[in-house]
Write a new protein. Structure first.
Length: 731
């Protein structure tokens, strides 16, 4: 009698068969290769057990053509529970049971078999799969050593839960990437090769760029001295580096040089650059590409960008880049904070697959102060775990630095090794290009008059509706910016503003005696604070968080050509806004009253201290350990669904405003979904209530795709964006 072949996969092109034993052993070897040293035994066992259920007769019937549904992943979890003791057994159960559908909620021991929790699924009946015991040689696991590793640096039970949850996600990442890679190689769907970067050549080009800058003026010499403080510490080992450098000091280029130096010294595999805003990722990637040239193939990963839809790239390159976005197996990655942190706290196979590749990395967090208050503890914990246990290093980069040493000690790990790269901050004042003056309460007319006194002025307010109304009240040469406008129109408006400002300086050197009709007024929401490099004579900023006010001031006298430039802070005298002010506004008002110079280190530290410690209980209420009492009841799925860095209070609407967008909308209407990323440049955002109003007026349709498009062009104005009554209503 011939021995039965237990199939794991069949290559549809060649008809070749991969046995369960072959796939399990290959996956186990990859799991062990991917893993940090302390988890290698555990990961090998997880890889071997993950497809134990494929030894069942039911699964073999299915792979041979029977039209039956077979759940195989829970079988491997049951096998792990039977073979291993805690805590190894529990990590294995979570990972193996979820390796297709995602890490499950543990649930409770009373859960019934029909429930989708781990406990419920473990009670289900399955066809005999015991053949795995003969086919697979399961290794022993040193549970004592594993327990010691899990409990290290944990002072209380809640810290154990949070660390256990992180390491389980990490183990899951190793498993699903190994599983995907081995399956892809056997089935012929895995593209050969990877994106490449030559760190040494990149460093040489960064050095050449830095050397090309003049060092003649006092400001230029001060910039060089600040950067040399950073570069002088590239030999000093730490887990987290703090790079506090003022706007205009070249901190982005400085951070990349530091990261390249550390990567070469410590033989790191990759550099990951994390950006807080999608809106500035384009210019950041372009800046890096212009410096590195052909020495670096940069992986760009954000929700609004797809290599598959980039027609300028070769098919081979698109395949390699797409593969790299799935598992981050690339040497240089630029991504968003949302993509980074929501992946870390996900339960899904597709998102978690990349997490193990954060090991042996240098990770730069640009504008690090913008980590979300609600999930601050979870984010800081994750960074601490990555740098403490995955042999990686983090660089926190910002011009307005909170006391991260204190924050990490309070909310993450007290034993993290943190190094301040810029200890001497006495020269920060050299980069101060404007002073800040609080005007108190102002009505709109007084605000507009104040703005009109300057050759160029930027009014920044907190609400889109307010920006539109003030813009409509302004006279003369004016511009409007908000997310009511399609992204492409915002981009065009910003370019027009830059051209207009340049022409104004050419026509009126020193911006003296500019006639009223040539004066420029820009009315914007906070979007202009994120990476929009414009130089305004005067900035007027509505009262908000101190960090945003200082970002606004970065648009005032940006080139430092003028003395006595002023950013004015005002509180809009609108009764509708009173009583709706948030903690940041109230804190900032107190800082303004206390400090003559709100840009001082003391002012900034006090603001963040009060912001991040005032709501200590609230910040601590959003960790995994607040969702469960012990590691046996972790609700991975529930937590992942709740973890959102940006609360979605808006709806996106596509504006067909040119020939290309109209073609895409027509294609969407007749072909259905699949064009979401190509439509991103034409998207604007509205509140839920505003969206419902547009639906009621039949101004938008989604063609049953879930992508809502404006179908009545009377509801859009290129200057102010989407309207909520058609233009004909204004006749």
């Amino acid at each position: 009698m011939s021995q039965q072949i237990y199939k794991a996969h069949v290559n549809e092109s060649t008809g070749d068969i991969q046995t369960v034993k072959e796939h399990s052993e290959n996956t186990a070897s990859l799991c062990r290769e991917f893993s940090v040293y302390e988890l290698k035994e555990l990961m090998y066992a997880i890889g071997l057990c993950h497809d134990a259920g494929k030894f069942s007769k039911d699964f073999q019937k299915r792979i041979n053509g029977a039209n039956i549904k077979v759940e195989h992943s829970t079988c491997g979890a049951i096998a792990a529970k039977e073979r291993y003791d805690m805590p190894a057994s529990l990590i294995m159960q979570y990972c193996i049971a979820g390796h297709h559908s995602g890490l499950p909620n543990a649930g409770n021991i009373t859960d019934e078999p029909l429930e989708a929790t781990l406990y419920g699924r473990m009670k289900r009946d399955f066809a005999d799969y015991s053949k795995y015991e003969e086919e697979l040689q399961l290794p022993d696991i040193d549970n004592q050593a594993l327990s010691k590793f899990l409990m290290a640096d944990c002072g209380n039970p809640t810290q154990i839960i949070d660390k256990f949850a992180f390491l389980t996600r990490y183990c899951f990442s190793c498993l699903v990437d190994a599983d995907s890679i081995d399956t892809g190689i056997f089935c012929g769907t895995m593209p050969e090769g990877n994106l490449t970067v030559d760190f040494l050549k990149c460093l040489e080009k960064v050095n050449a760029k830095l050397d090309s800058f003049k060092c003649e003026t006092k400001l230029q010499r001060t910039r060089r001295l600040l950067q040399e403080q950073v570069f002088g510490k590239t030999d000093e080992a730490a887990e987290i580096y703090l790079m506090n450098m003022p706007t205009g000091s070249g901190k982005t280029l400085c951070s990349i040089k530091f990261a390249l130096e550390r990567a070469l010294k410590e033989n790191k595999k990759r550099i990951v650059y994390v950006i807080p805003f999608q809106s500035i990722i384009d210019q950041t990637v372009s800046e890096f590409e212009s410096i590195f040239g052909d020495s670096a193939e940069i992986l760009r990963h954000q929700s609004s960008f797809s290599y598959e839809e980039d027609d300028d790239l070769s098919e081979d390159y698109r395949k390699l880049a797409k593969k790299a976005t799935e598992n981050w197996d690339a040497p240089f990655i630029v991504t968003t904070a949302v993509q980074f942190f929501e992946s870390l706290h996900s339960n899904k196979r597709g998102k978690l697959r990349k997490i193990h590749n954060l090991s042996d990395s240098i990770i730069i967090f640009d504008e690090a102060h913008m980590m979300p208050q609600k999930y601050l503890q979870s984010c800081l914990q994750s960074i601490s775990y990555i740098t403490k246990y995955l042999n990686s290093e983090a660089v926190f980069l910002t011009a307005t630095m909170p006391d991260f040493g204190k924050l990490i000690g309070q909310y993450a790990m007290s034993g993290s090794k943190i190094l301040d790269l810029v200890e001497d901050k006495s020269d920060f004042k050299s980069f101060k290009k404007c002073k800040y003056e609080y005007l108190g309460d102002m009505d709109r007319e007084s605000l507009i008059v104040k703005a009109s006194e300057s050759p160029s002025s930027l009014i920044i307010v907190n609400k889109k509706k307010t920006a539109r109304e003030i813009y409509n009240q302004c006279r003369g040469n004016k511009y409007h910016l908000s997310t009511y406008m399609a992204a492409c129109d915002r981009k065009e408006t910003i370019e027009n503003i830059k051209k207009d400002l340049k022409k104004l300086e050419e026509d009126y050197p020193g911006l003296m005696d500019v006639p009223e009709e040539r004066r420029i007024t820009v009315v914007s929401t906070s979007l202009i604070e994120a990476g929009v490099d414009i130089d305004m004579f005067t900035v007027l900023r509505e009262l908000t968080g101190l960090d945003s006010i200082l970002q606004s001031g970065g648009r005032c006298n940006r080139e430092g050509k003028r003395e006595n430039a002023v950013t004015y802070i005002f509180r809009l005298d609108d009764k509708v806004n009173f009583g709706q002010e948030d903690d940041r506004i109230n804190l900032t008002r107190g800082i303004i009253e206390k400090y003559d110079d709100i840009t001082s280190s003391e002012s900034i530290l006090e603001y963040y201290d009060r912001l991040f410690f005032m709501k200590k209980e609230d910040i601590q209420s959003h960790t995994m350990s607040n969702k469960c009492k012990n590691i046996a009841n972790i609700p991975f799925k529930e937590y992942a669904e709740e973890f959102r860095l940006i609360e979605s209070k808006t709806e996106s609407v596509v504006i067909p405003c040119d020939d290309r967008s109209r073609e895409l909308v027509a294609e969407l209407r007749y072909k259905g979904a699949g064009l979401s990323r190509k439509l991103q440049p034409y998207v604007c955002s509205v509140s839920k209530r505003e969206f419902e109003s547009l639906v009621e007026q039949h101004a938008v349709e989604d063609f049953d795709t879930g992508i809502w498009c404006l179908t009545n062009q009377d509801y859009y104005d290129k200057e102010v964006g989407i309207l909520f009554e058609g233009k004909d209503y204004y006749l």
